[in-house]
Design a protein around this ligand. Structure first.
Ligand code: ADP
Ligand code: ASP
Ligand code: MG
Length: 416
């Protein structure tokens, strides 16, 4: 019997009414002969509420204790969904991550899954039970509860699908698929029937939070067919219709090659930029600046080093906005003490906008079209970075939505 994994996000689990609808949808799939594992998120707003409570107690909550409480939202969800299924006559059982167990490393708040045991779950499925497993959480080797980073239930679902050798992983959310850009920012955004794995990986890493990036990595590593679709449709809609709805992440390059050069526009509001002026231009400088930043566990994204003038250069890089203050402290301490640079300035009000598409490989002129479009809108580009299938620019955050809309139009991505 084929196994399918369903994942339901926070909005989809947002009320007991919605949870009853999830149960109806899951029961419909089970009735059609599939074995089903469901991976729900916490009810919408719940994880934020819990983290808010922690911050009322401690400005920088202890990560282990934070995971202890942040993981509880999902525990409520699995129990409620199991009851909703039992209430309509289905056999169902819920598990927290540690009960499966879903083993992770000990990097609290951003743990990585190392293994998932299938014994107990497979036995339940064989007995005709629907198995419901908490998203977002796991357990380390010492028995501590860990969480996988915000949006991590996507990753739990795809990893569970891979470990249990599911036929497909269905990510049910509050939009009906992956769009050319966030449909909440550009109302003309168009739903994609398929998106290549590589494009989805870029879009997720560049800020399209419809899927957590690690879930896309798992899908790619295990070639797990993964589909994004809506949980807000009629739960009893015909299965044949539902099964082909939404957006399929495809591993076939050529499905998109015939389409537009650009597949989508991604953006990330939460960037910050730091510049060190007057750095001596000599070997080892980049390492001396960025080494302490990495040691502080801060991820660096875009980097620019200018041409040197009289043996001195300027060095600019970006970090997640949440790490801005910490990065500034680290820079002030290490750079001034060891490198003797002139001054450090920062800007925590910058955003990154990126155009993504595998078609870029075979087309020239994408960058110039992007830069022309931004210049016509009077938007100044602060930094640029490129890969084979994306071009990203850093701009003032106040122009972000304008830039996304203008680029969406310029590349002809609107709905027909
Ligand atoms: P869930 O709670 O189901 O995990 P998320 O809020 O994490 O849902 O992700 C769904 C949201 O992702 C959508 O509501 C949409 O605003 C946003 N989003 C961002 N970029 C895109 C995109 N390219 N296509 C579809 N949705 C996107
Ligand atoms: N509940 C977690 C969060 O809000 C995980 C998830 O929803 O995927 O980030
Ligand atoms: Mg999500």
């Amino acid at each position: 019997m084929a196994l399918i994994v369903h994942k339901y996000g926070g909005t989809s689990m947002g009320s007991t009414e919605r949870i009853k609808n999830v149960a109806k949808r899951v029961a419909k799939w089970h009735d059609a002969g599939y074995q089903i594992i469901v991976v729900p998120s916490a009810m919408s707003g719940e994880t934020n509420r819990i983290i808010g409570l922690a911050k009322e107690i401690m400005a920088e909550p202890d990560p282990r204790e934070l995971d202890m409480i942040a993981s509880t939202g999902e525990q409520v969800s699995v129990g409620l969904l199991s009851m909703a299924l039992q209430a309509i006559g289905k056999k169902a059982v819920s598990y927290a991550g540690w009960q499966v167990p879903i083993k992770t490393d000990s990097a609290y708040t951003k743990a990585r899954i190392s293994s998932i045991d299938d014994v107990k779950v497979k036995a339940d499925l064989a007995e005709g039970k629907i198995v419901i497993i908490t998203g977002f959480q796991g357990v380390d080797d010492l028995g501590n509860i860990t969480t996988l980073g915000r949006g991590g239930s996507d990753t739990s679902a795809v990893a569970i699908a891979a470990a249990m050798k599911a036929q497909e992983c269905l990510i049910y959310t509050d939009v009906d698929g992956v769009y050319t850009t966030d449909p909440r920012v550009v109302s003309e955004a168009r739903r994609l029937n398929t998106v290549t794995f590589e494009e989805m990986l870029e879009m997720a890493s560049l800020g399209s939070k419809v899927l957590q990036i690690r879930s896309v990595e798992f899908a790619g590593n295990y070639r797990m067919p993964t589909r994004v679709l809506s949980s807000l449709t009629d739960p009893l809609m015909p299965l044949a219709e539902e099964i082909v709805s939404g957006t399929l992440i495809s591993f076939e390059e050529d499905t998109n090659m015939e389409q537009a050069t650009i597949t989508g526009i991604a953006f990330n509001r939460d960037e910050a930029k730091l510049t060190v002026f007057g750095v001596p231009d000599k070997p080892g400088i980049a390492y001396q600046i960025l080494g302490p930043v990495a040691d502080a566990n801060i991820e660096v994204d875009m980097i620019i080093q200018n041409q040197s003038v009289e043996g001195k250069t300027d060095f600019t890089f970006t970090v997640p906005r949440a790490d801005y203050n910490k990065a500034m402290e680290v820079l002030n301490a290490s750079v001034k003490a060891h490198i003797g640079a002139g001054s450090i300035i920062g800007d925590a009000k910058v955003s990154k906008v990126s155009v993504v598409g595998v078609g870029m490989r075979s087309h020239v002129g994408i960058a110039s079209q992007m830069f022309r479009t931004l210049s016509e809108e009077g938007i100044n580009i602060q930094m640029i970075s490129t890969s084979e299938i994306k071009i990203s620019v850093l701009i003032d955050e106040k122009y972000m939505e304008l830039a996304v809309r203008a680029l969406h139009k310029a590349f002809g991505l609107e709905a027909a």
